[in-house]
Design a protein around this ligand. Structure first.
Ligand SMILES: *Cc1c(COP(=O)(O)O)cnc(C)c1O
Length: 393
């Protein structure tokens, strides 16, 4: 495959001024990441700072009802509450090895922002976060966390004042500050080499799923299910299976957020509903109108509200290695409630979409099989939204 491409998807569709910092990053990915020093230091940070490895929890009550064994990969137990930390530690450590003194990042709901600030503080790097002005208001607790962790939060008021505008602004800021600063990108999307870099850093999720299932059950799982926003937790869970011939029998299922519609009648979901187009430097499946203008996505979970999806998912969808389903808001909220009551775990609303797919379609999984859902994060951050939707609170 052409470098930086996954089939026809991916690439580096950026203004000329962004080519030098992207080249420098590509070179660092090739020359620094494989070294023993970098790998050992990252491994140590993941274990002693972030809390890896995360466990696989068997859901006994739900498994009994479903007729197959449901396992949760507990990324919700990671420091700052989601899988994001795998990526931010990797990129911030890379920045340090590259001789940079600061990082900058975009954030939507604030989860990637918080994880970047925590990693930057730990590693002694300066940190600036670009966040849509609308999101700054909607996500006040995460803005406070970022400031506590020493970051400057820069509200972006162009366009719709949300995530896609924050990314554009962060890319512009990177051009100006490239000598001192690395852009720590939040998902497995954006211009090459980010989709590959982020996927490699998140693949620890799938590697651990594989190793622990082999250890505890003596077999690989029959299916792995994960929610897809930009696509980083899902590609991290899938890649060690998708790239391994011996794992060809493992079904991989990505779940997109369908938004406010009725089940089966959704209005979001770029892989299921979108068409190819260029956004943030890559050719991917996008929600866009006939003039190529980006259509905003709508989901109860802010972390899945991205109008595109990373290029490797577009490729796996095209070749049929991964199936992409959809869960709408109501299904995700039901799954959220079910997991709280049945298993004593409060999941993130994003992760609840992956769970919803399994709970809504148990007939799609064989009796007696082992199904792993990647619980990408915890739900503490979602209490305000939950309060709006569930009248028990
Ligand atoms: C950010 C986030 C997501 C969505 O991002 P991906 O890159 O698609 O993984 C999913 N779950 C949680 C908990 C998140 O914080």
């Amino acid at each position: 495959m052409k470098k930086g491409y996954f089939g026809e998807f991916g690439g580096q569709f950026v203004p000329e001024l962004l080519i030098p910092p992207l080249r420098e990053l590509e070179k660092a990915c090739e020359e620094i990441i494989p070294t023993k020093e970098y790998q050992e230091e990252l491994d140590d940070l993941l274990r002693t700072f972030a809390g890896r490895p995360t466990p696989l929890t068997r859901c006994d009550a739900l498994s009994k009802k479903l007729g197959f064994t449901l396992w949760l990969k507990r990324e919700d137990l990671l420091h700052t509450g989601a899988h994001k930390m795998n990526n931010t530690l990797g990129q911030c450590l890379l920045a340090k090895y590259m001789g940079k003194t600061a990082v900058l990042a975009e954030t939507g709901a604030g989860q990637h922002g918080v994880a970047t600030c925590a990693a930057a503080a730990k590693l002694g790097l300066g940190c600036t976060i670009y966040m849509g002005a609308t999101d700054v208001e909607r996500q006040a607790p995460n803005v406070s966390r970022m400031k506590l962790l020493g970051a400057t939060v820069f509200p972006v008021s162009s366009g719709t004042s949300t995530l896609k505008d924050a990314i554009n602004e962060a890319l512009r800021a990177w051009i100006v500050n490239q000598d001192t600063t690395l852009y720590c990108f939040g998902t497995a999307a954006g211009p090459h080499p980010y989709p590959t870099l982020v996927r490699n850093l998140q693949s620890v999720i799938g590697e651990e799923i594989k190793a622990e299932m082999l250890k505890r059950m003596g077999k690989l799982p029959d299916a792995v299910v994960a929610c897809v926003g930009g696509g980083s937790n899902a590609i991290g869970a899938f890649y060690p299976f998708a790239s391994d011939e011996k794992s060809a029998s493992v079904r991989l299922i990505g779940v997109e957020a369908g938004g406010t519609g009725e089940p089966g009648c959704y209005n979001s979901a770029p892989i299921n509903l979108g068409s190819p187009g260029v956004l943030h430097g890559e050719l991917v499946m996008l929600l866009q109108n006939r003039d190529g203008q980006i259509e905003p996505s709508h989901s109860v979970s802010a972390g899945l509200d991205y109008p595109g999806v990373g290029p490797e998912h577009c490729y796996y969808a095209k070749i049929g290695r991964v199936d992409y389903g959809v869960a709408v808001d109501r299904e995700a909220l039901n799954a959220f409630r079910t997991l709280c009551l049945e298993e004593g775990i409060i999941p993130a609303l994003e992760s609840s979409h992956a769970l919803a797919y399994v709970l809504e379609h148990p007939d799609r999984f064989a009796k007696g099989s082992d199904v792993v859902v990647n619980l990408s994060g915890r739900g503490d951050k979602d209490m305000d939204i939950i309060r709006e939707h569930l009248d028990i609170l």
